[in-house]
Design a protein around this ligand. Sequence first.
Ligand code: DC
Length: 221
Amino acid sequence: MIITLDGPSGSGKSTLSKQIAKEYGLIHIDSGAIYRTIAYYFNKNKLSKDQYINSLDDIDIFYKKNGVTLDGKLLKNEIRTSEITELASKISAIPEIRDKVNNIIRAIANKTSVVVDGRDIGSVVLPNADYKFYIDASIEKRARRRLNQMRRKNILNNKSFNEIYSEIEQRDKRDMSRKLDPLTIPDGAFIINTSDKKIKDSIKQINQIIRGNNENHIKHS
Ligand code: DC
């Protein structure tokens, strides 16, 4: 089985994907974490933009059960900083980088049942998925969630709510307007708006759809 969850940052797609993976016994692939790890590698090795493509084959990157490893080490908070968040969004517009990430995802999805979250998974990477969802929420709510997440991870660095709000706004714009595989609502996706919902209520809605009880939900086309 293949389930995809696409949507903007902070919409809750990662949290929901983890939960779905647990409920249905699927492997969860956080595609954003792969872009972030590549960005982290470029940043760590102080590579310039014109060195990015040539260095792609040298990256020792793997998707493991608990996340992405670089040189055998599982990366956690170091790929969630503002600097890496910004760079990941920028490098994700480069075609060779998108190919690399897509190959990693498809290799896993070819072998096993997965739930994958990202921006273009249902539209481009795995368009034949069994169930596609588009997870959305207001910028206000997403900025609030991001602030709380950064505070919890201790990577807030005195950033204000307004700064985070405008970072999210800019990133949305970049992710939605890039030429190659921008963030869109995939055909056949069910839209779930998480702005005023508890996680368990979004999960309930997703479960209803997966179990075939979807007369109240409309597919995007
Ligand atoms: O989901 P995230 O915030 O961890 O993703 C980080 C960046 O990676 C995001 O700004 C855009 C990019 N990305 C992408 O282009 N395509 C995906 N499928 C997932 C992420």
